[in-house]
Design a protein around this ligand. Structure first.
Ligand code: DGL
Length: 257
């Protein structure tokens, strides 16, 4: 059978990776997708490295058993913890990850102040340290761990007083520093972008890595001659490890938002 018609497997620790899925569908509307959200084990960002590696490998095996022709790690935390392990395990399968979009933020404005919002694990990993050091002479880069923020999105809370209070307190740690841009370094955060913008102020630019991940996936599939050339639009199916009606409804809601 022609492997091109097989779906692209996309996963995250929960519903956040749907922000990346939306970019993937936008750039490759003829592809089929299978999205796996591991909400049962969320959050990943406050777990140990070996726990996240183990969960990530399980997620990929699950997607491959469902016929995935390529894997998008739609989670910054899982990418920083396990992308290289996965590439070694599956050298013949395109595996594309996501990383905080520091480069476009640096290029946006010279000598700017850039806050990188991400999970504690993403910011702790060597992968992020290397990325940050690459640009540290070109901008003032401030990593801001956000434990607890992805949980709002997992609960379907995308605005409101509780979230506003959390964000005001979080950004308060920056002591009124003049911020030029915020990098949304966790795939859950684009869903609360409006609330973050409100807390940070209107002049602050926002960046996220989803678009770059989708572009890279398209490039890898083209190179591997794995693009789906069907005329009709592709289909997307959702699986969540919590497997409740509410969780699947939330997936559909975020996907259409
Ligand atoms: N969505 C994930 C990320 O991009 C992680 C959230 C979590 O599980 O802590 O990092």
């Amino acid at each position: 059978m022609d492997k091109c018609v097989n779906p692209i497997g996309v996963f995250d620790s929960g519903v956040g990776g749907i922000s990346v899925l939306k970019e993937l569908v936008k750039q490759m509307p003829h592809e089929n997708f299978i999205y796996f959200g591991d909400s049962k084990h969320a959050p990943y960002g406050t777990k140990t490295l070996s726990e996240v590696k183990h969960l990530t490998i399980n997620n990929v095996q699950f997607l491959l058993e469902h016929g995935a022709k390529a894997i998008a790690i739609a989670c910054n935390t899982a990418t920083s913890a396990a992308a290289s392990v996965l590439r070694n395990m599956y050298p013949d399968i395109p595996v594309v990850g996501i990383e905080p979009a520091i480069k476009p933020a640096v290029l946006y404005k010279k000598d700017s102040c850039i806050v990188v919002m991400a999970t504690p694990m993403t910011l702790k990993q060597e992968k992020f340290q290397i990325l940050m050091h690459r640009y540290e002479n070109m901008a003032d880069i401030i990593p801001l761990p956000c434990p607890g923020l992805m949980e709002f999105v997992e609960r379907g809370i995308l605005d409101g007083d509780e979230l506003d209070r959390y964000l005001t307190k979080l950004l308060g740690f920056l002591n009124h520093k003049k911020i030029d841009s915020i990098v949304l370094g966790c795939t859950h955060y684009p869903f609360v972008k409006a609330a973050i913008q409100k807390a940070a102020g209107n002049g602050v630019m926002m960046f996220n890595g989803g678009e770059g991940t989708a572009r890279e996936m398209k490039r890898r599939l083209t190179e591997a001659k794995l693009l789906n050339n069907q005329d009709k639009e592709g289909e997307t199916s959702f699986i969540n490890s919590l497997n409740t009606k509410e969780e699947l409804n939330l997936c559909e809601y975020l996907f259409k938002s």
